[in-house]
Write a protein of this length. Sequence first.
Length: 106
Amino acid sequence: MPEWLEICDEDIVDDDDVVQLMTGGHRLAIYKINGTIYVTDDRCTHQEASLADGYLDGTTIECPRHQGVFDICTGKALGPPLETNLRTYPVKIDDGRVLIDVAEAS
């Protein structure tokens, strides 16, 4: 069953950018790609570097510490040194506010 958590205004992040946000006990990375909002955990699964400090290229984010790359749509770890996928959150926009489903995170 969905458990929607309101996290921010949708204009918190510019298009083709990523920002870090702490809310509800979660350290999140908020991305906007071609006008679409994506949300993942902000910690790299390899050594916990902030992905908001990484390099965003289309729908991938490169960790600033060891250059591991994740697909931000699926959370899939795309190669070494990464071995564990990144948690992603279902997102919906309600009246300009971004909500994530913390129960259905994958």
